[in-house]
Design a protein around this ligand. Sequence first.
Ligand code: GLN
Length: 456
Amino acid sequence: TDACLSEVEASGALNAFVHNTPDLAREQAKAADARIKSGDTPDMCGIPLGIKDLFCTKGVPSQAASRILEGFKPEYESTVTQKLWDEGAVMLGKLNMDEFAMGSSNETSTYGNAVNPWRRDNDNTQLTPGGSSGGSASAVSADLCLAATGTDTGGSIRQPAAFTGIVGLKPTYGRCSRWGTVAFASSLDQAGPMTKTVRDAAIMLKAIAGHDMKDSTSADLTVPDFEAALTGDIRGKKIGIPREYHMDGMPGEIEALWKQGADMLRDAGAEIVDISLPHTKYALPAYYVIAPAEASSNLARYDGVRFGHRAKLSQGDGVNEMYEKTRAEGFGDEVKRRVMVGTYVLSAGFYDAYYNRARKVRTLIKRDFEQVFDDGVDAILTPATPSAAFGLGEMNDADPVKMYLNDVFTVTVNLAGLPGISVPAGLDKQGLPLGLQLIGQPWKEADLLAQAEVLE
Ligand code: GLN
């Protein structure tokens, strides 16, 4: 913990940690020491972690990287973080992210962007660590902590993991409780581990998973021993390569790493098969209707009354002015865009044309996966992202859709509620990490982790 705390202290240039909790960390570390001495050693005991700012942590600022939550210190602890503290893990502080987890580059944060510790060969341009869990990815990749929590609504664990050369696991929807995690799009949001290795991901998932009375969508299933499943034996497993993920214009080196990944799985005894997920091309538009719709509803609670920031009012201002001014000041541009899009697609005149249609498309996407799994496929191998990390500011032109395109391989998994993991696959021509994604059957994270370990 002391070693991590001094790394965190010296890591200002990465802007990964946005709120440090050194006193709490030392206190937790001492308690963990005592616990270990007494012979009680849960897996996460004494492990120093960073926590994404989206998780409510009792008495510690939890702002979802938004100005509107300025000054908010929750009275309660999220279930996921509570489970970690119950096992004796140590919190070093809160990690940077895109505002309300909306973004793919960590550039929408009220704290300013986090920075990727990686650079292109012979080029010192600062790169994005990805988003929205950019601070988590940067911190784990730069060895500021041993692991971090992330959340993934449309790729926010897997894409930053790929951009920074670490492992990121989005569990099956319902595997981890969402209670106490600031809601973005409730039918898609899922917490998960961001770690240096697949084994660490297995250990951490076991700690944070499980049924929670406080989240009706958390599944009442026993949590397997994910680490015990890492046997290295994947013989006879059928791994599908979806045709539709061969995108036009994708760099040849991504295609090559993808093929190399398939070869590694085949060498370990898996069977590689060609599959089709025909509705893939509709996933991105469906996601960017459903996620903003749910966000516009979830974010209605930030009204200047219940949480955080309230705008200064002028003489004669009433409650409507208070809402308007607070939300105008408190939300950044991307959040405002999502609220506007979401409100529009849910409005009486457009509900059927957009929201309802997107929900139907979501069902078709889910069925694509079900069909493939029914045909005996155990998991699906794809690239995690269509490119390596891009330069900070590079995507910030007038067209937000350019940024959304980054999520093309990840959003399908959230729409279908499936588990997905990104594993470092190698480096591109410029020396930047790329990730491969494995998508598993619902609740089969143990198998998925075993397959992912073969790719390491
Ligand atoms: N980039 C996606 C978005 O902006 C995903 C975000 C996430 O997974 N939290 O919606």
